[in-house]
Design a protein around this ligand. Sequence first.
Ligand SMILES: CC(C)(COP(=O)(O)OP(=O)(O)OC[C@H]1O[C@@H](n2cnc3c(N)ncnc32)[C@H](O)[C@@H]1OP(=O)(O)O)[C@@H](O)C(=O)NCCC(=O)NCCS
Length: 216
Amino acid sequence: MTTTTGGTPPRLRLPFDLAGLDASPLRTERLVLRPIRPQDADDIHAYQRLPEVVVHLPWPLRDREAGGEHTELRAKQRTLTADGEAVALAVVLPGEPGLGGRGDERVIGDLTLILTSAAHAQVAVGWVLHPDFQGRGYAREAATALLDLATGLGAHRIAATVDAANEPSLALCARLGMRREATFRQDRHGDTGWRDTVIYALTREEWLAGRSAPAR
Ligand SMILES: CC(C)(COP(=O)(O)OP(=O)(O)OC[C@H]1O[C@@H](n2cnc3c(N)ncnc32)[C@H](O)[C@@H]1OP(=O)(O)O)[C@@H](O)C(=O)NCCC(=O)NCCS
C-alpha cells in the first residue's frame, strides 16, 4: 500500500551543521549530547576495543591508535549536506570521571545520524554504549533526543539497520516505537557466516504522535 500526505515536496533543513550543538548541546534528563571531539578518543576507545560491542557493528576491533584516528575523522565530519554523509554525537554522562584523567564527564557512547536521501527527507540513526552503562535506559534516552533532532530537521522517515541477532538494539528500536519493516535474509557475510539484516523505521508523524501520547 502506498500512503501519501499531499503533494508538498519533503523539506529537510540542510545543510545541517553541528556548530549549533557545540554552543548549545542537547540535554536530556541524565545526559548531554554534543559533537564528538578528538579528546574523546580514550573514552570511545574503551568500548571500540570490546568484541561484544563491535560484534553487530560494521566496525573492526581497533587498537588505541586506530581508535584515535577514527574519532578524529568522525570529529571532522561536521555537516550533513549530501546523501551518505554522517555526523556523530557523543553521549556524555555528567558526574562520571572521563578516562585518561579527563574531568568529571565521560563519553559513555555515541550516536550517528546519517543523511540517506536529501530529496526524500530520509535519515538513518545508529547508537552504541559502553557495556558498563547499558541496561539503564541511557540508550533510549539519547536515541529519543536524536529522533527529536532528526524530526526537528524535517526528516520524513527515520530508519535503523540492525543485525537480526542484535537483540538489545532490536529491543531499543521497538521501545522507541519504530516499526519492524523488513528482514533481508543473508545479505551480509561475517565471521560466523551469513547474517540477516532487519530494518526498523518510523515516520515523522508517527514519532510526533508518540511523543504527544501519554507515557507508557
Ligand atoms: C544497542 C544498545 C545501545 C542498547 O543499549 P541498552 O542499554 O540495552 O538500551 P536502553 O537504553 O533501551 O536500556 C534498556 C534496558 O535498561 C533498563 N533500564 C534501567 N533503568 C532504566 C530507565 N531509567 N529507563 C529505561 N530503561 C531502564 C530497561 O529495563 C532495559 O533492560 P532490559 O534490557 O533488561 O530489558 C547497546 O546494547 C549497545 O551499545 N550495543 C553494542 C553496539 C550495537 O550493537 N549498537 C547497535 C547497532 S544497530
